[in-house]
Design a protein around this ligand. Structure first.
Ligand code: HEM
Ligand SMILES: [Cu+2]
Length: 546
């Protein structure tokens, strides 16, 4: 069966997910623009009806961008790409739709208090800030929905293996499954926090909560969630980009190995977000800080493998020199250009991440604007710009119509890149000058003169990002509505120079690795969580500070 026939049943389902994702992104860039302009000195347009306050905006911005845009994009993209990789329709389209409606219902349930200023608790919803119960229940339903996607991918793999005994699972499908397995394990922390603590508390069933325990459970999920966003981008970089660029994937077994390392290493290190939290033993913080550096290893494997693949492509296209081949890549293809720019930004983001991860250096940047600069290069660009690049072939395919304007798409990705260069560089520097994040900065009583000259650039960068985001959304909208030409073909999977069969069979297994991942979690978190639960008093009352 051809890949196109295999993925045909997913078209409407993937389209539904992408529609929700892009609507969320629209809300995400509008709030982002207003926040950027606020930093630049413009008055924040708070009103009775839409955004009640700056903090209402930041809460919406965080949730819409990193919880909704990412999750719905991933939930549409991974099943689609898996069906193509298997060249076989996925199991149970009915389960697929059920999952979509469950996630959408959860999203709408959470959206009511969020939009109505009853959940202005930021996307991290730290207790004792207390949101309306519907916010917690709604988000929990979205998480449960993602587990059903894992189930559907697992059922599909089983069906495929029954028909292909002894064969290696196709790379993109294997990677999708690893991503979802990692996320399902990692999201248990969030689910426990919601079900046993935040939901009963917000419903008034228990009198108080435990701040440290719920924070720890949040970060149990909150760090690996970044790999939940990143790995789907890597799937595109590994399995599609080399071919889109005119080359081959350098090594399939190495790609599998890196994903399996992400599976076991990306979860047991969330304490690195809590280095300043009292009540957690420093030894465990240090242990998890070391693991944070360990997870840099599969990141380097990815960097090496992807760059080697692209270098091959660049040289095949006549590129020469140590670096000049990079210019020979097909920069005229907006899908490729967007993802290359995403990768370039990510190199800077990855280095910044090592700074955040360093136990003592973290104290310098913790909770400053530096962190905002950091995650806009990572989830805000490496991930987001890659998803945009994927959308440039995926949405035309789903709609059966050609991309409305390639030139507009090319302009879009460069404007995002330049806008982010300005926005994030300036925020990094402001953070080093001590400017806090999550603050309506123009109103801060402790406003420092040395921030002043840089702040307008936050507005400039933010405006460029906003313009770019609008160009992207407009292009997609025009593609699905007025474009008339037929869609171009979906990019094929890259052939691997070193194919899967050259690697050991264990790189094609999942279960043993899931067991290792679970054991790692028990080691890294068991003692801390056991002590926090044993000493928990559930006596902290909720606060509504907004
Ligand atoms: C037009 C594009 C964007 C602009 C102008 C923008 C601007 C901003 C600004 C100024 C803040 C700082 C708020 C504060 O600390 O007081 C912020 C926070 C944040 N942004 Fe963006 N952003 C944009 C797009 C994105 C995207 C695409 C993502 C992720 C996919 C993202 C994720 C976040 C997150 C997670 C926060 C932290 C929220 C919190 O502290 O609770 N942003 N953004
Ligand atoms: Cu982290």
């Amino acid at each position: 069966m051809s890949a196109d026939t295999a993925s045909a049943p997913e078209i409407r389902l993937t389209g539904a997910h992408l529609l929700v994702a892009n609507v969320a992104l629209l809300g995400g860039i509008v709030t982002g623009l207003l926040q950027g302009l606020e930093h630049a000195g413009f008055e924040f347009p708070a009103s009775e009806y839409l955004l009640r306050s700056y903090y209402h905006s930041v809460s919406l911005h965080g949730v819409l961008n990193v919880l909704v845009w990412t999750t719905f994009f991933i939930s549409g993209f991974l099943p689609f790409i898996s069906a193509r990789a298997y060249a076989m329709p996925l199991a149970s389209p009915r389960l697929g739709w059920l999952t979509f409606w469950l996630m959408l219902a959860g999203l709408l349930i959470a959206a009511v208090p969020l939009a109505g200023n009853a959940a202005t608790v930021m996307f991290t919803f730290y207790a004792p800030l207390k949101a309306h119960w519907a916010f917690y229940i709604g988000l929990t339903l979205v998480v449960v929905g993602t587990w059903l996607i894992t189930l559907r991918l697992a059922l599909s793999q089983r069906a495929w293996r029954a028909q292909h005994p002894g064969e290696r699972t196709p790379l993109a499908a294997f990677m999708s499954l690893v991503t979802m397995a990692m996320w399902t394990l990692a999201s248990l922390g969030l689910a426990v926090s919601m079900l046993f603590f935040l939901i009963p508390w917000s419903l008034g069933l228990v009198r108080g909560t435990d701040v440290l325990l719920t924070r720890t459970l949040f970060w149990f999920t909150g760090h690996p969630i970044v790999y939940f966003w990143l790995l789907p981008a890597y799937i595109s970089w590994y399995t599609l980009m080399p071919r889109q660029a005119g080359g081959r994937l350098f090594s399939d077994p190495m790609a599998r190995a890196s994903f399996l390392l992400f599976l076991i290493l990306s979860s047991p290190l969330g304490l690195h977000h809590q280095v300043t939290d009292p009540g957690i033993h420093e030894g465990w913080k240090l242990f998890q800080a070391f693991l944070t550096f360990a997870v840099f290893f599969p990141s380097l494997l990815t960097f090496f493998n992807v760059v080697a693949s692209l270098e091959g492509a660049g040289r095949a296209r006549g590129g020469k020199g140590w670096f000049a081949w990079f210019g020979r890549l097909p920069w005229g293809d907006p899908s490729v250009a967007a993802q290359l720019l995403a990768m370039l930004t990510f190199t800077a983001g990855g280095i910044g991440g090592l700074i955040n991860a360093s136990y003592n250096v973290n104290l310098v940047v913790h909770n400053t604007a530096y962190v905002v600069g950091h995650f806009h290069t990572t989830v805000g660009t490496a991930v987001t710009l890659t998803y945009m690049g994927i959308s440039y072939w995926l949405v035309p395919h789903l709609a059966g119509r050609a991309l409305w304007s390639r030139r507009m798409a090319l302009v879009q990705c460069w404007v995002w890149f330049v806008g982010m260069l300005i926005f994030s560089t300036v925020l990094h520097e402001l953070g080093l000058r001590g400017m806090p994040r999550r603050t309506m900065i123009s109103q801060a009583a402790y406003f420092q003169p040395e921030w002043k000259a840089l702040l307008p650039w936050v507005g400039v960068g933010g405006t460029l990002l906003f313009i770019s985001g609008i160009l992207y959304l407009l292009n997609l909208l025009l593609t699905v509505t007025v474009s008339r030409a037929p869609a171009a073909a979906v990019p094929d999977f890259a052939v691997a120079a070193a194919p899967a069969e050259e690697g050991p069979a264990v790189l094609n297994r999942l279960r043993p690795w899931v067991v290792v991942a679970a054991v790692m979690l028990v080691i890294a978190y068991g003692p801390t969580l056991a002590r926090l639960v044993a000493t928990s008093q559930l006596n902290v009352p909720g606060l509504r500070v907004w």
